[in-house]
Write a new protein. Structure first.
Length: 243
């Protein structure tokens, strides 16, 4: 397989991964829920559990939540060619900053599946509280609290590492350490995620806003890889390839 073929399939793999993760995010946490419908969480147990998280998946069927967890978790490896691709854009791949960025982005992909899949177990625990007799609630609340702690640790760590990796990549693009023009740094997943915030503020509460909130970073991934693909092949068409 020559370098051109590797690059083409790296772009394709990254775009497919982004699409699958957007779908998975929407399936598992893409809900618009009226808190007033669930006084059990917003009033009765409001001081004993994370009521915001409890409502996030309460209306999802087990099948929907299951596929929302499995689809991304089992396709995370498809992001690895995109990480390899980002590494290829460094002018000097032997420099410590290039390897550090590469390593951090690989670690982010490794961490992503657990943090995402944990939403399924946490959601099912909260649903169990809602659908069972109050006599079982103390144990279920304790269990849900433990699941919540694992979720925040796993998901939070994955997000921090992921953001750090792509922020570092953007900074190095700005510092002219890659073959990419500096403006590419402003369309990295970190910045595209930031650009979504005013859009979410302006949108009325509803399903669309819930979907964007649920899949924000993976929407950013998808936009980034589509734009990078378009730019790369536009340069190649003009006989001034980047790589």
């Amino acid at each position: 397989m020559n370098d051109s073929t590797k690059i083409k399939w790296s772009f394709i793999s990254s775009i497919i991964a982004s699409i699958l993760w957007v779908i998975g995010d929407i399936l598992i946490v893409g809900f618009h829920v009226d808190p007033a419908k669930y006084p059990l969480f917003t009033e009765t147990y409001v001081d004993q559990l994370d009521h915001t998280l409890a409502l996030l998946m309460i209306e999802g069927s087990s099948q929907r939540l299951m596929w929302g967890a499995l689809l991304p978790a089992m396709s995370a490896f498809l992001f690895l060619p995109g990480v390899w691709l980002a590494f290829q854009f460094f002018k000097d791949k032997s420099k410590p900053y290039a390897w550090l960025t590469y390593f951090i982005l690989i670690i982010s992909v490794v961490l992503m599946p657990l943090g995402h899949a944990d939403f399924y177990y946490t959601g099912e625990a909260f649903k169990a509280i809602y659908h069972t007799d109050p006599s079982a609630h103390p144990y279920l609340i304790e269990m849900a609290t433990g699941f919540t702690q694992v979720l925040y640790i796993a998901w939070g760590t994955a997000i921090v590492v992921l953001l750090l990796g792509w922020l570092l990549f953007s900074i190095l693009v700005f510092l002219n350490k890659t073959v990419l023009p500096k403006w590419i740094g402003f369309i990295s997943p970190v910045f595209i995620t930031l650009y979504q915030q005013p859009i979410k503020i302006m949108l009325p509460d509803g399903l669309l806003k819930a979907w964007i909130s649920a899949a924000g970073f993976n929407i950013a991934y998808l936009i980034f890889f589509i734009l990078l693909t378009a730019y790369y092949y536009k340069r190649a068409k003009n006989q001034s390839p980047l790589l």
